[in-house]
Design a protein around this ligand. Sequence first.
Ligand code: F6P
Length: 327
Amino acid sequence: MSSIKKIGVFTSGGDAPGMNACIRAVVRTGIFHGMEVVGIHQGYQGMIEKKFINMDARSVRNIIQLGGTVLKTARCAEFRTPEGRAKAYNNLKEEGIDALVAIGGDGTFTGAELLSREFDIPVIGVPGTIDNDLYGSDFTLGYDTATNTVLEAIDKIRDTAASHDRLFFVEVMGRDSGCIALHSGVAGGAEAILLPEKETAIDDLIMKLEEGALSNKSSSIVIIAEGDKNGGAYNVAKRVKEKFNFYDIKVTILGHLQRGGTPSSFDRVLACRLGYAAVKALVAGENRKMVGLRGNEIQLTNIEEAINNHSYKLEDDLVEMAAILSI
Ligand code: F6P
């Protein structure tokens, strides 16, 4: 029998489709195990401001299909200070919360690890970020949905690009991670993909576009991850335009629409599995672990290890293939 009586669940950092399905799984699995479950609004900010709400099985009805997070989220500067964390812990203690499930990315996990070590409160992390850049899980919540959202946009842009014989530069999210860019670029048949993990010389890009134009390509799409070292889609478009006038050039920044929308079936199933596994891990006495999916199996990784190795491991074979399939 677990000694944990009351767990707190929260989402933090950037929202990601599938977070609600995960909250639902945590609440219902907790209740199944005889625990009380408290939802913490706005992540760490809510811990500091005592934004606690008691959850029951019905309080998470009809949310499995919703994007965003019903618990809301925030990026909280005060929690980064020892005083902020002490305030948060005292509020958790006062509320009788004796363990936490943290849903978010590396920033969320860094906070969770510190809180747990400083105040000896058990924490399990669930990887929730569209960036798919956490070590210990092949996929993070929201990545699949976001990539499909981007793909839908690329397909639509292709219609108009082909109709007008234009060159489009499409910027997608990923400050440090090129996962969305690479996968949506491959799936959308992009002519070139610029990634934070790999430097692309503008001259090489121009050469590639020139080769395409000379072999009868009448339109092209270049996907640029926001963290690409050339400085974003507008910058790249400007530099390409200076030396290359074959195409009429347009820029589209997809921005935050990539974070919203109803989660895909993949993200919903992943969210259910990870939320369920997170509570089971607490019941089993685990602490400072992240639940993840590896090779279609649930696995636990030390949160510290997940943070320290946090990055998207670029699939070199996909990069090579994308270049060949787009000739
Ligand atoms: O980490 C998820 C993410 O969407 C990144 O891809 C992006 O760079 C960042 O969040 C944007 O954050 P914000 O919504 O705070 O501007």
